[in-house]
Ligand binder design. Structure first.
Ligand SMILES: [Fe+2]
Length: 281
C-alpha cells in the first residue's frame, strides 16, 4: 500500500488537495511569480518531521549505491571540441565529483517513491508551472534519483535535460552545499555562449544563491539556467532527491548521459525516443 500525500505533507497548513481554496491559490500564485521571475521556487519545510526522518533513513540505506563520477566536464556534458577557440564554453572543462543513485535502487516499499508518484503532488506542481498536464518521466533510471554529495564532493555548472526539476533536500551536509544558479542564461533558440563564457571566466554578477533546508521542496527550471552546488563540507552526506516530470509523455533521456550519470543504460535509451527540444544536452 502506498503512502498517502497526508503522510508527507501537513494538508492543514499546505492544502495541496484543495485547489479551490484561497490558501492553495495563494501558494500557486507565489510559485508562478517566483518561477516567472527567476525560474526557482522553494516551498520551505514541506515535509512533516516524521516522514522526513523515514526518508532520511531510506536515503542513507541506498546512498552507497551511488554511481560516482569524478571527472572533468563542460556545462553540456559533451566531448571537448578542440576545433573551437580556447575559452569557448564547450572547451571549458571543470572538476566534478558526486554520485547519483538511480531509480532502480530505491527499495520496493520506498517512501520517497510514494511521494514522487503522488498524482496530487504532480497536479500541484503542474499548477505552479502553469501547465495543464505534466507527466512522470518515462525513463526508469532517471525519473526518481538521488544526488549524493559526500564531504569534498561538488557538482559543477550544468544544465538539466528536462525543462524543470523538482528536488527535495532529504539530508544536508554540515557546511557548503549551497545551490547557485543563473536564471535564463540560455533559451530554446540560443546557447548564449558569450554569457556562459563570462560566468565560467569568473563573472558571478548574475549568480543567485539558496541554502536549502532539509524538507524543502524546490521547483527549478534547470534547462535554461546554469546551476551547481558548492562543495559539501563537514561529516554528513548531502542527499537530495530529484523528481523528474516532463511536459510531453514518454520522454526518455540520452544514452550517453544515462551512462555518464548513472553508469548504465537500458534498451529504452537506444530505441527511438521522444525528446523535449533540440538543444545540446
Ligand atoms: Fe541539475
Amino acid at each position: 500500500m502506498s503512502r498517502d500525500l497526508s503522510h508527507f505533507i501537513d494538508l492543514e497548513s499546505l492544502p495541496l488537495r484543495s485547489p479551490g481554496s484561497d490558501q492553495y491559490q495563494a501558494l500557486v500564485a507565489a510559485a508562478r511569480q517566483a518561477l516567472a521571475s527567476d525560474g526557482c521556487y522553494v516551498l520551505p519545510g514541506a515535509i512533516r518531521d516524521e516522514a522526513l526522518r523515514e526518508m532520511q533513513a531510506e536515503a542513507r540505506s541506498i546512498e552507497n549505491f551511488a554511481h560516482y563520477t569524478r571527472n572533468k566536464v563542460n556545462v553540456y556534458f559533451s566531448e571537448e571540441d578542440t576545433s573551437l577557440p580556447e575559452n569557448h564554453p564547450r572547451r571549458f572543462m571543470m572538476e566534478r565529483s558526486n554520485g547519483f543513485v538511480s531509480g532502480d535502487h530505491f527499495p520496493e516499499d520506498s517512501s520517497i517513491r510514494d511521494l514522487y508518484q503522488s498524482d496530487e503532488l504532480k497536479a500541484f506542481i503542474a499548477d505552479c508551472l502553469g501547465e495543464s498536464h505534466i507527466y512522470h518521466y518515462a525513463d526508469p533510471i532517471a525519473s526518481l534519483t538521488m544526488n549524493v554529495n559526500k564531504p569534498g564532493d561538488r557538482f559543477s555548472w550544468h544544465y538539466d535535460t528536462n525543462e524543470f526539476t523538482v528536488t527535495l533536500l532529504i539530508q544536508d551536509c554540515e557546511q557548503g552545499g549551497i545551490f547557485q544558479y543563473v536564471p535564463n542564461i540560455r533559451n530554446k533558440d540560443d546557447e548564449c555562449y558569450e554569457d556562459v563564457q563570462k560566468l565560467l571566466l569568473g563573472d558571478h554578477s548574475r549568480v543567485k544563491e539558496i541554502k536549502l533546508r532539509e524538507g524543502d521542496l524546490q521547483i527549478f527550471k534547470g534547462r535554461y539556467a546554469l546551476h551547481r552546488a558548492t562543495t559539501a563540507e563537514g561529516s554528513t552526506t548531502r542527499n537530495l532527491v530529484v523528481f523528474t516530470y516532463t511536459e510531453k509523455d514518454n520522454v526518455i533521456g540520452a544514452s550517453y548521459r544515462s551512462m555518464e550519470l548513472y553508469g548504465k543504460t537500458l534498451d529504452v535509451h537506444s530505441n527511438a525516443r521522444v525528446r523535449a527540444d533540440a538543444l545540446e544536452d
